[in-house]
Design a protein around this ligand. Structure first.
Ligand SMILES: C[S@@+](CC[C@H](N)C(=O)[O-])C[C@H]1O[C@@H](n2cnc3c(N)ncnc32)[C@H](O)[C@@H]1O
Length: 461
């Protein structure tokens, strides 16, 4: 079990601003009692659904000590043990929460499972039997100062948003103030399009802001290994290579990653699409000829160069595909620690409304045709804010994300049904629903990645 004996002597209830001396067995190298300074740079955490420790790395780098880890996959456990010197505990559902050490921050990239919601009953029982329930029972018992949860972006829209509503409801019942955001690894320096939802929670109602995208990402030339260094078994057969070239529209560029979408279309990209544990063998091909090497997969997730992964090709693809973009977690971790250190109170609703008014003014001054796209749950409050501030007549319309999807669908049908065919249109509309691109650039990417932009020129706006 990845548990450190220092847990007994750490005062996890300490004021994060206070500097206290605590006994630390971590430094006890000569059987002498050692003491270490406890500040927010000296915090501790637990790593649940730990995989190969992608979430652990940045929290450890920022000064945290891991008190406990849990992961039941044998091969992921081996990789974890090899890199962190401790084998995680197994099935979390079998671990009593009282046996888990006290900790400041709970970390969990938990698998998404459907919750059954019967009527309006949204109690603790609703998540029983799911792995989220295990997070809830540990939070309830241990009351850490903060937590970070990670999941696929579709968690937001799963079961028409019901699953996410239950998650938020449960976390808030435990007294946590939560924030969530979908972040893309491409925006944090990695050449991998990987969008994931991150949920951050604090026991105290403190202010928190997710990190801002840094913009540029590393070129593939800094990630790919020379072909000569790559195992021959990773090269695709002549037949596959030829079929990729034939399916590739336009003139390919190099270095590139060739992505095959569900419909069999090939896109040639200057970055990788999300590494996926269960993707087909040829889902991503470097320059259209070979699969990614283990080092390349680790680099695409931003792991340090000295990290070593254990297992055969299939297990390595599973481990890296299940893991996280380390720089994204690092950026969030920095913001979490800052928030815990500063403990600024959350912005009150009236202040939020004022900030919002400023934003609307900024928009209305610079443009004359404004459409606000928002979540269904935000629509009423937006309308009321606009009315309150007398700005309603300056905005052309406020639409929800679902309505936006309908627009796209209509635009596609109206303008291109003869060219594209209704079956493909239906398929595109369904994919849009799941992926829900909400900005024009996301929408362009969505089309390019799937090769739909080759079908016909479409003007959506
Ligand atoms: C999405 S992955 C998280 C990966 C991790 N964030 C990383 O950086 O590698 C979820 C992990 O939860 C593990 N898992 C699923 N059910 C579990 C259980 N009941 N007990 C412990 N681990 C479990 C899976 O084996 C998988 O590695």
């Amino acid at each position: 079990m990845g548990c450190c004996a220092a847990s007994e002597v750490r005062d996890t209830g300490a004021d994060v601003n206070a500097v206290t001396w605590i006994e630390s067995e971590k430094l006890d190298v000569s059987n002498k009692r050692c003491y270490t300074l406890r500040t927010m740079n000296d915090f501790n955490f637990i790593d649940l659904f730990a995989g190969i420790g992608g979430i652990r790395i940045p929290f450890e780098k920022l000064g945290g000590t891991c008190m406990f880890s849990a992961e039941w996959d044998k091969y992921a456990q081996q990789t974890y043990a090899h890199n962190f010197g401790e084998t995680p505990a197994g099935d979390i559902t079998k671990i009593d929460e009282s046996d888990i050490p006290d900790h400041d921050i709970l970390l969990a990239g938990f698998p998404c499972q459907p919750f059954s919601i019967i009527g309006d009953k949204q109690g603790f029982e609703d998540t029983r039997g799911t792995l989220f329930f295990d997070i809830v029972r540990i939070l309830k018992k241990k009351q850490p100062r903060a937590f970070l949860l990670e999941n696929v972006k579709q968690l937001l829209t799963h079961d028409k948003g019901q699953t996410f509503a239950v998650i938020q409801e449960q976390l808030s019942r435990l007294g946590y103030t939560t924030y969530h955001e979908v972040l893309n690894a491409l925006d944090f320096g990695l050449p991998q399009k990987r969008e994931r939802i991150f949920i951050v929670g604090f026991r105290e109602p403190i202010a928190f802001a997710f990190p801002k995208p840094i913009g540029a990402y590393k070129p593939l030339s800094e990630v790919l290994e020379p072909d000569e260094m790559v195992e021959p078994s990773l090269f695709a057969s002549e037949r596959i290579q030829k079929s990729r070239r034939e399916k590739c529209k336009g003139t390919p560029f190099f270095p590139s990653i060739w992505h095959e979408n569900k419909g069999g279309n090939i896109s040639v990209l200057p970055f990788s699409c999300a590494l996926r544990a269960g993707a087909s063998y040829n889902y991503l091909l470097v320059n259209g000829i070979r699969r990614l090497s283990r080092r390349e997969m680790l680099r695409l997730q931003g792991f340090p160069e000295d990290f070593e992964i254990i297992g055969n090709t299939m297990q390595i693809r599973k481990q890296t595909g299940n893991s996280v973009a380390v720089p994204v977690v690092h950026a969030i971790a920095e913001k979490m620690l800052q928030a815990l250190r500063q403990r600024k109170p959350m912005i009150r609703l009236e202040e939020q409304l004022l900030l919002f008014e400023n934003r609307i003014n900024a928009y209305t001054h610079s443009a004359d045709r404004i459409i606000i796209v928002c979540k269904e749950s935000e629509k009423d409050i937006l309308v009321s804010v606009l009315q309150q501030f007398g700005s309603a007549n300056r905005i052309q319309s406020i639409i929800t994300e679902d309505e936006l999807d309908e627009w796209y669908e209509k635009a596609l049908r109206g303008q291109s049904s003869e060219l594209i065919g209704t079956k493909i249109l239906q398929k595109i509309a369904n994919e849009i629903k799941v992926e829900s691109p909400s900005t024009t650039s996301e929408f362009d990417d969505f089309f390019k990645e799937r090769g739909y932009d080759q079908l016909s020129p479409i003007d959506f706006w």
